[in-house]
Design a protein around this ligand. Structure first.
Ligand SMILES: [Zn+2]
Length: 388
């Protein structure tokens, strides 16, 4: 990209397995460490890898990326490995922090050959619903009064400090395994302007959860399906907890469009899968978006994704238990009433129950097993109300 290479300190191999690499000094362009996140019963510690690129321009916007918060969703970890290599050759303008394999408890949760790490095996909690909203009990009126005459930079910096302190205070309260991992990841990301949380979904087309205010920018990620979530949405997921305080600040200051940060959940294809050709394309999209946002140099390129409001994103729950034969595959256009699957049950004559699409649209994902109970989340359709 025509940028001069900077000195990359701390790139030495970290030595024998399990040994901690030294933390890079603040004045170095690159640093690697393994951060302890959880003590195990055996007395061993689980750690997560953290890569830091300082950036050449202290005023350039910054980005935080993480992958595999859900244990089986590992495609993003390959994408981030490729990104580390790319940034070592092409140092960024803004700060970049990369946390692959963000949830070792989830990654290690094997049951037979499958990985059960979407949920905490102890509590049943979804690992991506335990983030803490740092504006809980926030003294909005005091903050707004104190900053009535402050410039934009001071408002952003002081608000961020308040959020960080709220997270640090919450961390001292402990909590479950999922709570502890989540708060550690929040503290790692709070000082950044952008947050990309990399996931995967069953057997699926690549798609993206994007807050409404990022609609135009999201096209630079080059992901074909974009699910638009309302700006005031909050279910405890990472993308929401990252932007929600800032959209609330913008709204209370009377300029709801002036949201200082952007965050996305990227769903990079099938779970339990690592695919290099796909990862190279995934990385190209991420680099394009970050060039568009000024974090990196380079020429941004956007696509024309299919945008879908969450209210038009249809879930088909299996009407019967049995064995599934798919009649439509992810990426396929379907019509309302079209048979998209059959469920086989054994009676005197074997019966194939038909499952029909509730709307016109495009199949976004399907269940990853052919064996389902009644009520299983069988398929999701990106609805196109104007016709498939
Ligand atoms: Zn996920």
């Amino acid at each position: 990209m025509g940028m001069a290479k900077r000195k990359l300190a701390g790139t030495k191999k970290s030595g024998s397995r399990g040994q901690l690499a030294s933390v890079a000094k603040a004045d170095e362009a690159f640093g690697f460490r393994r951060l302890p996140v959880l003590d195990l019963a055996s007395g061993d510690s689980l750690t997560i890898p953290v890569y830091d690129f300082e950036g050449s321009d202290p005023d350039a916007p910054s980005v935080y990326l993480q992958s595999a918060m859900h244990g089986p969703e590992v495609q993003g970890s390959l994408v981030l490995a490729l990104m580390v290599a790319h940034l070592k050759e092409n140092p960024p303008q803004g700060r970049v922090r990369i946390v692959p394999n963000a949830n070792p408890a989830g990654l290690n949760a094997k049951v037979g050959e499958y990985t059960n790490g979407r949920f905490d095996t102890v509590t049943g909690d979804n690992f991506n619903r335990r983030y803490f909203l740092p504006t809980t009990n926030f003294a909005w009126d005091d903050f707004l009064r104190e900053h009535a005459a402050s410039d934009e930079k001071a408002v952003v910096a002081n608000f961020r400090t308040k959020m960080r302190r709220a997270l640090e205070s919450q961390k001292t309260k402990g909590g479950t395994i999922a709570d502890r991992i989540a708060i550690t990841l929040q503290l790692l990301s709070i000082d950044f302007d952008h947050c990309l949380d990399l996931h995967c979904a069953n057997v699926s087309v690549r798609h993206l959860y994007a807050p409404e205010h990022t609609r135009a920018d999201s096209a630079y990620l080059q992901i074909p399906h974009v699910l638009l979530i309302p700006n005031d949405s909050f279910t405890g997921a990472k993308d929401e907890v990252f932007f929600h305080p800032w959209q609330e600040l913008a709204r209370r200051r009377g300029n709801p469009a002036a949201i200082a940060v952007q965050s996305f959940t990227l769903e990079l294809g099938d779970q339990e899968t690592v695919d290099r050709r796909g990862a190279e394309k995934d990385l190209a999209g991420i680099l394009s978006y970050l060039a568009h946002r000024g974090v990196l140099a380079g020429k941004p390129k956007k696509i024309h994704p299919v945008f879908c409001a969450l209210e038009n994103y249809a879930t088909i729950h299996s009407p019967r238990g049995g064995l599934v034969e798919w009649r439509a595959v992810p990426g396929e256009k379907v019509r309302k009433g079209q048979v998209v699957a059959t469920i086989l049950q054994f009676h005197e004559d074997p019966i194939f129950h038909e499952v029909k699409s509730p709307c016109h649209g495009i199949v976004n994902l399907r269940h990853s097993s052919a064996i389902v109970h009644e009520g299983a989340e069988l398929m999701k359709i990106v609805g196109t109300p104007s016709g498939a």
